[in-house]
Design a protein around this ligand. Structure first.
Ligand code: AMP
Length: 282
């Protein structure tokens, strides 16, 4: 496993691959890798001969009082984990490499509209941090494709919009959400759950799934469905940021005839903030 820390190490290796006409895929992560990340690596390999996994806990996407300092940094374990996968290289830059002019003087890439609701409203500045770091990674790696998880549904929409709006030459691919056996979407932040909270956590996906089934079977009273789900989750002990049925294409409020829907949820269980979604195509 090649580990690059600097832009030069990264560029030298990519130049060699490009010299052999190999395609390059990038899987951006914040590390503490789990099976969800690994599935994106395997998907990346289906699109390119070479796969780079970036591991960078990006300070600009964390708000004040969020878990930037506490976020698990497990590079040695991540290296071991990736050895048995399709990944060819880890790119693990430090903050100065990603933000050479300092965080306060960094160029910001900002996608309006799509970022105004949901996680964008609850975490002001979060998506500016995400798009700013992803734009930098795409500029450094210049991959043919970059892979993102459906688990962060709004994020992958925002990144698709950025790439399209800036005519970036990288194809954006979304990989399905990988779940534990009881349905809980895998996440680095699941580690913050106590045993008791972990036992409650599957209610999130159960609630999403039952709303998804209702939609699939033709139920169209979105407000009723949302209200019932909110109550169910609150009763189960979740502190809910949002639970919402929207158009999958652009997160706009759907009308009754809409045939592309996504059900989005973000909720706290103790100190863990969990997000998840299901897409319903009718
Ligand atoms: P993170 O390291 O949490 O920033 O996530 C890096 C990438 O992995 C993002 O594109 C996420 O959407 C994706 N991801 C996170 N959890 C999962 C999961 N359970 N299944 C699939 N992809 C995931």
């Amino acid at each position: 496993m090649i580990v690059a820390h600097t832009k030069q190490e990264l560029a030298d290796q990519i130049a060699e691959w490009r010299h052999h006409d190999e395609h390059v895929a990038l899987v951006p992560t914040m590390g503490n890798l789990h099976a969800g990340h690994i599935s994106l690596v395997e998907l990346a390999r289906e699109h390119a001969e070479r796969v780079i996994v970036s591991i960078f806990v990006n300070p600009t996407q964390f708000g004040e009082g969020e878990d930037y300092e506490d976020y698990p940094r497990t590079l040695e374990r991540d290296k071991r984990r990736l050895k048995t996968t399709a990944a060819d290289m880890i790119f693990a830059p430090d903050v100065d490499t990603m933000y050479p002019f300092g965080i306060d003087n960094a160029t910001i890439v900002s996608v309006p509209g799509l970022t105004e609701n949901f996680c964008g409203a609850i975490r002001p500045g979060h998506f500016d941090g995400v798009t700013s770091v992803v734009a930098r990674l795409l500029a450094m790696v210049q991959p043919d494709v970059a892979i993102f998880g459906q688990k962060d549904y709004q994020q992958q929409l925002v990144i698709r919009r950025m790439a399209e709006d800036l005519s970036l030459p990288t194809g954006i691919i979304t990989g399905e959400t990988i779940r534990d056996d009881d349905g809980l979407a895998m996440s680095s932040r699941n580690a913050y759950l106590s045993d008791e909270e972990r036992a409650l956590a599957p209610a999130l996906y159960e609630t999403l799934s039952s709303v998804g089934q209702e939609l699939q079977s033709g139920q169209r009273n979105f407000e009723d469905l949302e209200a019932t789900a909110l109550k169910r989750l609150a009763d189960a002990g979740f502190n809910i940021d949002y639970f919402s049925i929207r158009r999958a294409l652009n997160l706009e409020i759907p009308d009754r005839d809409c045939d592309d829907l996504v059900v989005l949820v973000a909720a706290h269980l103790g100190s863990a903030r969990l997000i998840d979604n299901v897409v319903v195509t009718i």
